[in-house]
Design a protein around this ligand. Structure first.
Ligand SMILES: *Cc1c(COP(=O)(O)O)cnc(C)c1O
Ligand SMILES: [Zn+2]
Length: 412
């Protein structure tokens, strides 16, 4: 059960209310659990509904609180033999979070944060987003029946804005980058007393993503992987993944051995991967991100320094990949495994390919790649790969167009 919030820097304790930084030193607050009170067994978990709330003792809500749940989590862990063979890896898995209610992993943190806002009787919720968090927050706000304010940079994909609009929040497009939108959202959270899920609810928000690690352990039959490869924007997902494995180990549900935690970014916005490669302790912000992986376009990542520490302490890697490598990886994943991802999800696949080529992956490592968002969120990024023929409904015309192998002769 959640015990309190605590400053990560000076360890001052706080009541678990809507708050996110320490009044003594301005350090970030984090959720602290009373692990002695958590008696969660494999059998107990097994008996519960197959969604992220099956681990509710390890999530930061009060036991009696109402949970805003759209059925998020317990997504498929695919054993990817086709792609594994192509890359020369024996045990490759994909954690496919495209299957969540709003089609990205962001439903996990949004479900926790919006539930926490309701627990604290907030009058409105909101978020600042590169697209996916906006859809997830607006969907959960709709279910909860609470007003919702969305801050997005003006440049995000039309298909994402269309999805967000359908949930009917107030959408504020900001002329600037994600970091500019973030500043405005933080000011609004104070001035207007809105509960912004990744600003003043951030200590709770980041906890939702731990459920990815819990599910992976369960789906590997209560084992841990050797390496996970995670896309990074703010770095929150990567840090949460690490905490998830540690907490499952702490309460005795798995015997964790060493897990390499690796992070992936796009070269057009790779402040964390660059710091890793240059062996820096500080993350130098990118002023103007430029990549098709718009979900990852955060130039000044809030959890960047912590993500860097997690990667280094775990013996993992950070890699960055170009837009062309991302597009090729979208296509490779779809045609080998039948999984269609948006660019952010392909960043992990493209990074895996690079790590294999660099000899940094052992062939018998058990690897889990995160695929975090659905391809339908970003159809622009695959439009060059569209190939069709168009003919009259006539069988002779069809057979004329095919070669002996049954392939279409000339795409139009
Ligand atoms: C937000 C997002 C990420 C990364 O999230 P952070 O926690 O900010 O690092 C990865 N993939 C997708 C699809 C996302 O929307
Ligand atoms: Zn402090």
């Amino acid at each position: 059960m959640l015990q309190k919030l605590q400053c990560r820097e000076c360890k001052t304790s706080y009541e678990p209310n809507i708050a996110y930084f320490c009044e003594e030193c301005f350090g970030p607050l984090e959720a602290i659990y009373d692990f002695d009170s958590i008696h969660l067994t494999r059998n107990e978990i097994n008996s519960r509904s197959k969604n992220m709330w099956r681990y509710k003792e390890l999530l930061p809500l009060q036991p009696q609180s109402k949970i805003i749940d759209l059925g998020t989590g317990y997504t498929t862990l695919h054993k990817c033999d086709n792609l594994g063979k192509y890359l020369g890896i024996k045990e490759l898995y994909i954690k496919d979070d495209t299957g969540n209610p709003s089609a990205s992993f962001k439903d996990r943190p949004a479900s926790v944060a919006v539930s926490k806002a309701i627990e604290n009787k907030a009058k409105a919720v909101g978020c600042v987003s590169t697209g996916n968090l906006a859809a997830a927050t607006a969907a959960h706000a709709a279910k909860a029946g609470i007003p919702c304010y969305i801050f997005i940079p003006f440049s995000i994909e039309l298909s994402k804005v269309a999805q967000i609009s359908a949930y009917n929040p107030q959408i504020i497009k900001v002329n600037g980058t994600y970091d500019d939108a973030n500043r405005l959202a933080a000011e609004a959270s104070f001035a207007l007393e809105w509960a912004i899920v990744n600003v003043n609810l951030r200590p709770y928000y980041v906890e939702g993503s731990k459920t990815l690690s819990f599910e992976i352990c369960e789906q590997l039959n209560w084992d841990t992987p050797d390496q996970v490869i995670i896309p990074m924007a703010s770095g929150a997902l990567l840090c949460a993944t690490d905490r998830g494995f540690n907490q499952f180990n702490k309460i005795g549900l798995v015997n964790k051995s060493k897990i390499k935690i690796s992070g992936a970014q796009a070269t057009g916005c790779s402040p964390i991967a660059d710091a890793f490669k240059n062996k820096l302790d500080d993350v130098i912000p990118v002023r103007e991100p430029k990549t098709i992986a718009k979900s990852l376009a955060i130039g000044d990542p809030a959890d960047g320094p912590d993500a860097l520490k997690v990667i280094n302490n775990s013996g993992g890697y950070a890699e960055s990949v170009t837009d062309t490598e991302i597009k090729n990886a979208i296509s490779l994943l779809a045609k080998t495994e039948g999984i269609f991802t948006e660019p952010a999800g392909a960043v992990t696949i493209a990074s895996l390919i690079k790590l294999v080529k660099a000899g940094k992956i052992e062939k018998d490592e058990k690897i889990v790649c995160f695929v975090t968002g659905n391809g339908l969120k970003s159809p622009e990024s695959v439009k060059e790969g569209i190939h069709t023929i168009q003919i009259a409904p006539n069988l002779d015309l069809l057979t004329e167009k095919l070669n002996k192998k049954g392939e279409v002769l000339n795409w139009q």
